[in-house]
Design a binder for this molecule. Sequence first.
Ligand code: LHQ
Length: 258
Amino acid sequence: MTILFDDRSGYRVITLNRPERLNALTVGMADELMAALNAAEADKSCRAVMLTGAGRGFCAGQDLTAIVGASADEISDLLDHYNPLIRRLRALKLPVVCAVNGIAAGAGANLALACDIVLAANSASFIQAFARIGLIPDCAGTWFLPRLVGGARARALAMLADPLPAETAAEWGLIWQAVPDDRLMDEAHALAARLAGGPTAALALIKRALEESAGNDLDTQLDLERDLQAVAAATPDHAEGLRAFLEKRPPAFTGGRS
Ligand code: LHQ
């Protein structure tokens, strides 16, 4: 299996599992990952996802041995397997924590950036490795980078293809946090468990509002917030959140939808 699952209480851990190749991606692996994300969303007891890598790397991007001699058409066909993954992660109605346990290169870096909250081990680094092999950042690298770190840093990261250490990635806002290596998995599990106890429907609406903001002007976004707020306001978790506030106790969200 190139993808492993581990069901925890309220969330599912998905592990990229080709450690001898630093979890480099194949088409089969991308399709398995897609199936795992679909299964997580379909399982109503699953309220968050954690994505990580087996071994010393997170993901070294496309398996380069699989594209030696590939035609231009075959390369672009490959992206028809990877692009849906990026879209699925962004639209998944569950929060996704990424625990970047080691190097994240090429499509592997951008797979991590597609997740909602990215934690990385201090020893991990992010490489937009594409220019090293005469390619351009794909898997939404050219969309994420300027939005997360600004144009100047995006250009240098993409053109120089140098490793960006996790701590700098966090300072620049590329990821949420860099943590000591021996704390990474505990911190990521704690975050996933916390999100799994959250107001699942509202978290999905937050994802949607933030995602749509990228293409909206202020007026459109205000209208969208009003509409999505009406959906959130009709959920049992909103009622529970208000009750808990008035009763001065922590909320017991169920993740149910209206
Ligand atoms: C690998 C890989 C790898 C195969 C390490 N493939 N074996 C592009 C084209 C088309 C469509 C779809 O999308 C894309 C997007 C992309 O992702 S393009 C960018 C692809 N990735 C890269 O260019 C990164 C290639 N890897 C590296 O530069 C290095 O391996 C890094 C910097 C990631 C890690 O370096 P080290 O820590 O020194 O490890 P290593 O190089 O010794 O790798 C360990 C093993 O993993 C090694 O195999 P070996 O048999 O010698 O032990 C590598 O050959 C293998 N490996 N990445 N992408």
